[in-house]
Design a protein around this ligand. Structure first.
Ligand code: SAM
Length: 405
């Protein structure tokens, strides 16, 4: 870590690179009203990451230990104002272009005007909305996105209204259950005053399940959660011939299969998930995929019924379950696997060390840590699943080793 000046110089150099890119391509200069840096060539992504990390470090150093800790301590207020905006749909109450008075927003949303003013002004500290006069506001890029992109709106709701409240129950869950790893002994279950697991609870609430699926889809749009990494992380061309079947285990509403179907020509996809999710996926499947993607309700804690597909794909599944449950999920496939059939697990794991780089800590940038593990059951008489290649160490790998033994 350098001096403040050295950090500032690094920031200046990278800021100049990005500004030069915008001006040389006649793009709008950065502001809170436009997402000018949304599409950067890959070589400039590293400049953006360096800029984010250096400014984050510089800010913490400038704040000092008290200042930076105070920012963390008061983080909940940012979440709260964002949640109010989400719950009362304040972004939908503001005209897309031009200004809207607090009074009008209050009438449209049903939130008392004094509270509208208070929460929106708080959010403005995070550049969500801007005030044009003491009585009227307009959109910024962030608030406008909540209005225009239903996926982003759902992602905000999933985090602020579903997962953040569950996080507040983590201590209680630890005190009650320790590190039990049982799916229904969780903070989420406590927050919902239920003895069911997260997915059982969502299964009882179609709208919340829809929001979950839609939020997940939004998270895979850009950055390092972009599905293009799933495509480039495996040689899909080598299996792209007629007769190949991929079972997308816990495939949600089918976003991953749709992406892979679009990127390949012949592979057929069977999306398996819980009944409610499968229904939603089937109902919303675009016509273009009708011949290539099929939905089948299946609980992966029960034995697999399909006859020997070529690949079982698990994307973002294992991180939801403790080791014994991951082992059960894998074991349930064993009887249907034959020579050459494979299990493809696409996950991300944390390094076994602290992370201080903001871009590596924040989800959208973590792809360098993603774990791609491919297993192949060499022949049907094998007792376990053979590891074919591995890219990293981590929890998922340990679970698979445990299965092998
Ligand atoms: C984190 S999401 C991942 C969705 C999708 N694979 C993706 O990458 O976007 C986990 C998925 O597992 C599904 N799921 C949870 N329990 C399940 C079970 N017992 N059997 C099948 N699917 C399940 C959920 O409904 C949800 O769609």
């Amino acid at each position: 870590m350098g001096s403040l000046t050295a950090l500032a110089e690094e920031i200046l150099a990278n800021a100049k690179r990005l500004d030069h890119h915008l001006s040389s391509h006649n793009l709008i200069p950065t502001s809170f009203d436009h997402d000018s840096l949304a599409e950067l060539p890959s070589e400039l992504e590293s400049a953006r990451k360096a800029l984010i990390n250096a400014t984050h470090t510089l800010k913490h150093l400038s704040q000092g230990p008290v200042g930076s800790s105070m920012e963390i301590i008061f983080n909940w207020t940012d979440l709260l104002s964002l949640r109010v905006i989400y719950e009362f749909k304040l972004s939908q109450a503001v005209h897309i272009d031009g200004s809207t008075t607090y009074h009008e927003i209050s009438s449209k949303s049903g939130l008392p005007e004094a509270l509208v003013r208070r929460f929106m002004r708080h959010a403005m500290g995070n550049h969500i909305f801007a005030e044009v006069s003491p009585d009227a506001v307009r959109h910024t890029a962030a608030s406008r996105l909540m209005n225009t992109d239903p996926g982003f709106f759902d992602a905000v709701g999933l985090e602020t209204s579903e997962l953040a409240p569950a996080a507040s129950k983590v201590i209680e869950a630890i005190k009650r259950y320790g590190d039990s790893g049982e799916q229904n002994e969780s903070a989420f279950s406590l927050a919902n005053e239920s003895t069911l697991s997260i997915f059982q609870i969502l299964g009882q609430h179609p709208e919340r399940a829809r929001r979950f699926g839609s939020g997940m889809r939004f998270f895979t749009k850009d950055g390092s959660w972009d599905l293009k990494h799933l495509y480039s992380g495996f040689d899909w061309k080598s299996v792209d011939h007629s007769g190949t079947t991929v079972v997308d285990m816990g495939g949600g509403i089918g976003s991953v299969s749709q992406f892979l179907a679009r990127s390949t020509q012949h592979i057929k996809f069977i999306v398996q998930d819980l009944p409610g999710t499968v229904e939603q996926g089937r109902a919303s499947l675009p016509e273009e995929f009708r011949g290539r993607i099929e939905f089948v309700a299946h609980d992966f804690f029960t034995e697999q019924r399909l006859a020997s597909p070529d690949i079982y794909l698990f994307r973002w599944i294992m991180h939801n379950w403790s080791d014994p449950y991951c082992i059960k999920i894998l074991r349930n496939l064993s009887s249907t696997m034959s020579k050459g059939s494979r299990i493809l697990i696409y996950e991300y794991v944390l390094e076994d060390a602290p992370e201080t780089q903001l871009t590596e800590k924040m989800g959208p940038y973590v792809y360098s840590r993603k774990l791609h593990v491919f297993f192949s059951k060499k022949d049907s008489t094998d007792k376990g699943i053979q590891q074919e290649s591995r890219y990293d160490h981590g929890r998922v790998l340990q679970q698979c080793r445990a299965y092998k033994s």
